[in-house]
Design a protein around this ligand. Structure first.
Ligand code: SAH
Ligand code: SF4
Length: 371
C-alpha cells in the first residue's frame, strides 16, 4: 500500500464500510430517508421493494426517482452477499451457496425443494465456537457473528430465485453454520424481520431454530411472542457421551437442557424437536435408544433421527440403515414421536460448513453449479 509522508494512508484507499440497508429497522430507514429530505412515503416504498418485491438493486425499483436510486447505490450497501460457489445436487432438489460477506468472511446457505415447499437453511454465524467433532462448521473454527441483515439476506437471495418461477420461500430453518442462540439479538431481529406482515411476511411457525442447547437462550426464547419452532441437538442421552460429542454439554449438562425444554413447553405449549445424528458404534446402540426414550419421557417432544453426514477427515461414520430402523422402533415402542430425516445433497457437501472447508483446502467442489 502507498503511504503518504508521515505514514498516512491516501484517502481513496481507506475503505469505510457502507451502511447496510438490511441492517436498518423500519424506523431507522424512515429516519435516514427523512434526513435525505425524502417524503415520508419513500421509506414504505423502499421497505416494500426490499422485502416484498425482492429488488436485488435500488435500480430495480421503478417507482423511485433516479436521483434517490443513485444515492442509494452509492452510499448504501444493498446486498451484503457475494456468491462465491454454487452447487446443485444431481437430482436438482438441493441448491447450495457459499457467500462472501463484505469483510471477506464466508458463510453457506442451502435451498431445498420439496413437493410443495421451498426451504432455506441459513447461517447465523461465520463458523462456530462450539466445536462439535462431527460437524464441519465446528471443525472450521469461529470467525464472527452475522448481523441481522446478513442473516435475512440469505433468505432474500433464494427468494429472488424461486420468485422467478412464481414461487415463494415457505420455510426457513436456522440450521446452517453457527449457533443461533450464541448470536441471539441478531438472530431474533432477523426472525422478526422475516415475519413482518408489511415485509417478507413469513409465518413464525414456518421457521425452526436449532440450538446446541444453550440453556439461557432456550429460557429466553420461551418468552418471545413469535411462535418459532425449537429444535435441540442432543446426539447423546448421557452426559459422558454428550461431553464428547457436544462439548458445551460440560457447561450445560443434559439435566439443565431438559429442564429448560420443560420450561419452554410449559410457557409456550409447543413441542420441542430433538435432533439426534446417528453415528455408527458411537450413539446408535439399543441401550442408547432406551436411554433417550427415558430422558424424553413425559415431555411434549419429537425426535428427528439424522443419519450422520460424513465429513472429510472425521472418524465418525453414519449408522447403517438397519440400525437406524432398529433405533427408531425402540423409540416408537416407548411412544416417542420420531421420524428419520431425509439426507439432502450428499453429493454437494450440503452439511453446512463442508463447502467452506473444502474451498479453504483449495479443492474443487464435487459438482459445480451451472449458473
Ligand atoms: N448450532 C446449531 C445449529 C446448526 S447445526 C445446532 O447445533 O443445533 C444444525 C444441525 O446439524 C444440528 O443438529 C447439528 O448437530 C447437525 N449436524 C452438524 N453436523 C452434522 C453432520 N455431519 N451430520 C449430521 N448432522 C449434523
Ligand atoms: Fe456449532 Fe451446531 Fe456445528 Fe456444534 S453442530 S459445531 S453447535 S454448528
Amino acid at each position: 500500500m502507498n503511504m503518504l509522508p508521515g505514514g498516512c494512508i491516501p484517502p481513496q484507499e481507506v475503505s469505510v464500510p457502507r451502511l447496510s440497508i438490511l441492517d436498518l429497522s423500519k424506523e431507522q430507514l424512515q429516519h435516514l430517508l427523512r434526513e435525505w429530505g425524502e417524503p415520508a412515503y419513500r421509506a414504505r416504498q423502499v421497505w416494500h421493494g426490499l422485502y416484498c418485491q425482492l429488488a436485488g438493486t435500488p435500480e430495480a425499483l421503478s417507482n423511485l426517482p433516479k436521483a434517490l436510486c443513485t444515492r442509494l447505490s452509492q452510499e448504501i450497501l444493498w446486498d451484503p452477499l457475494t456468491p462465491l460457489t454454487t452447487l446443485r445436487s444431481r437430482d436438482g432438489q438441493t441448491y447450495k451457496l457459499l457467500f462472501a460477506l463484505p469483510d471477506g468472511a464466508q458463510v453457506e446457505a442451502v435451498l431445498m425443494h420439496y413437493a410443495r415447499r421451498h426451504t432455506v437453511c441459513l447461517s447465523t454465524q461465520a463458523g462456530c465456537a462450539i466445536g462439535c467433532p462431527f460437524c464441519a462448521t465446528g471443525q472450521g473454527g469461529f470467525q464472527r457473528n452475522l448481523s441481522a441483515g446478513e442473516i435475512v439476506a440469505q433468505v432474500l437471495y433464494f427468494a429472488r430465485q424461486v420468485a422467478a418461477q412464481g414461487e415463494r420461500i415457505t420455510n426457513v430453518v436456522l440450521m446452517g453454520m453457527g449457533e443461533p442462540l450464541a448470536n441471539y439479538e441478531a438472530t431474533w431481529t432477523a426472525i422478526r424481520r422475516l415475519n413482518d406482515p408489511e415485509g417478507f411476511n413469513l409465518g413464525a411457525r414456518a421457521m425452526t431454530l436449532s440450538t446446541v442447547g444453550l440453556v439461557p437462550g432456550i429460557r429466553r426464547m420461551a418468552h418471545e411472542s413469535e411462535q418459532v419452532n425449537l429444535a435441540v441437538s442432543l446426539h447423546a442421552a448421557n452426559d459422558a457421551l454428550r461431553d464428547q460429542l457436544v462439548p458445551i454439554n460440560r457447561r450445560f449438562p443434559l439435566a439443565q437442557v431438559l429442564e429448560a425444554c420443560r420450561y419452554y413447553v410449559a410457557q409456550t405449549h409447543r413441542r420441542v424437536s430433538f435432533e439426534y445424528a446417528l453415528m455408527a458404534d458411537v450413539n446408535d446402540r439399543d441401550e442408547d435408544a432406551h436411554q433417550l426414550a427415558e430422558l424424553l419421557g413425559g415431555l411434549l417432544a419429537h425426535v428427528n433421527l439424522i443419519p450422520l453426514n460424513p465429513t472429510p477427515g472425521s472418524l465418525f461414520r453414519p449408522s447403517p440403515r438397519a440400525r437406524v430402523q432398529a433405533f427408531q422402533r425402540i423409540l416408537q415402542q416407548h411412544h416417542i414421536s420420531c421420524t428419520v430425516r431425509l439426507r439432502r445433497g450428499l453429493d454437494i457437501q450440503a452439511g453446512c460448513g463442508q463447502l467452506r472447508l473444502h474451498q479453504r483446502e483449495g479443492k474443487k467442489p464435487l459438482l459445480s453449479g451451472n449458473d
